[in-house]
Design a protein. Structure first.
Length: 143
């Protein structure tokens, strides 16, 4: 698992944690925005909050990049992230099972310079052939 995989996994976990707020609010409008101070939180609670804030910040930066990818690349990324989350290769892309790894490598190659440009990766990270594919195959697919 490399740095891009780690960033994509943070994005995936942030995205999976999203829950739309439907219906009525569960609080009186005058007290809705009240937040208790953190003085009574223990270190585990503080660590969880810091980790979630990091995932949220990373997710908000990566989400527009993912949305600009073609459907095949997005399916490859989501399938790979489900497998990383499960800790084993149990999920398969039903549309393109035979090219899952190549599609994921191509998506990473497309995202790498974009992740460098927004400051999530260092400049030397995106080297030719680093992801197991050539620059010729990085052209977007229309599937």
């Amino acid at each position: 698992m490399d740095r891009i995989d780690d960033l994509l996994l943070q994005w995936y976990e942030w995205q999976a944690g999203y829950a739309p707020h439907l219906g009525h609010g569960g609080a009186e409008p005058a007290c809705r925005d009240f937040r208790i101070s953190r003085q009574w939180m223990d270190y585990d609670d503080l660590n969880d909050e810091v980790e979630w804030n990091l995932k949220e910040a990373t997710g908000k930066l990566i989400e527009p990049l993912i949305q600009k990818l073609d459907m095949r690349s997005r399916l490859a990324i989501n399938t790979a992230m489900r497998n990383f989350g499960a800790g084993a290769s149990v999920w398969v892309n039903p549309r393109h099972a035979d090219t899952q790894d190549e599609d994921y490598a191509r998506a990473k190659a497309i995202l790498c310079p974009q992740l460098v440009s927004i400051g999530l990766l260092e400049k030397g990270t995106c080297k030719q052939g680093h992801f197991g594919i050539s620059s010729v195959s990085v052209a977007p697919l229309h599937a």
